[in-house]
Ligand binder design. Structure first.
Ligand SMILES: [Zn+2]
Length: 155
C-alpha cells in the first residue's frame, strides 16, 4: 500500500521543496525550458512517455494549491499554462490535450500538459503517468530541436 511521504506536513509548507530549491534553471534533469513567463516556467520533459509531455511550474513563493494564489496570480498562471498548451497543440496536433494539476508526490504548484494521440497508451482515460517515470529518454537532438521550435511558437 502507498502512503503519503513521512515529511508531508513540511513539504506542503515548502520545507525541502525541490522546485523552490531549483530556482529557475534553463534545464534540469527532468526537462529543458521552453518558456519563461512572469508566473511560470515550462519544461519539455526528457522522459520518453508521450510526445510533447511538458511541465509548467509556478514560480515565486512556495504554493501548494492554486487556491492559495490571489486573483491576478491565478489568472496569470493559467494564462501561461494555456499559452504553452496552445504551442503544444500547434506543434504536435494531438487529438486532445490534458491538463493535470496534481502535486501528490511533489506538492509545489505545477501542471502536467499531456497531448493525447491516436496511438495513445490509454485512450478515453487519464494518462497512466506514474510518479516513477521510465528510464527511457528522448534523444538530446530531438529534445533540443523540439524545444527550439516550441520556443519559437511561444516567442
Ligand atoms: Zn516549493
Amino acid at each position: 500500500m502507498c502512503e503519503w511521504p513521512r515529511n508531508w506536513p513540511e513539504l506542503i509548507r515548502g520545507i525541502g521543496c525541490e522546485m523552490c530549491r531549483a530556482g529557475r534553471p534553463d534545464a534540469d534533469r527532468y526537462g529543458i525550458r521552453i518558456y519563461e513567463g512572469k508566473y511560470s516556467d515550462a519544461y519539455l520533459q526528457r522522459a520518453d512517455v508521450q510526445r510533447g509531455y511538458t511541465l509548467v511550474i509556478w514560480r515565486g513563493r512556495h504554493v501548494t494549491e492554486p487556491t492559495e494564489l490571489d486573483d491576478a496570480e491565478a489568472a496569470g498562471y493559467w494564462a501561461e499554462v494555456l499559452a504553452v498548451a496552445r504551442a503544444l497543440i500547434t506543434m504536435y496536433q494531438p487529438l486532445k490535450m490534458n491538463y493535470e494539476t496534481l502535486g501528490n508526490s511533489l506538492p509545489h504548484l505545477h501542471t502536467h500538459l499531456l497531448p493525447r494521440y491516436a496511438d495513445d497508451p490509454r485512450p478515453g482515460q487519464p494518462f497512466p503517468l506514474s510518479a516513477q517515470l521510465p528510464e527511457a529518454r528522448i534523444s538530446e537532438d530531438r529534445l533540443l530541436a523540439e524545444a527550439a521550435e516550441l520556443r519559437f511558437l511561444l516567442r
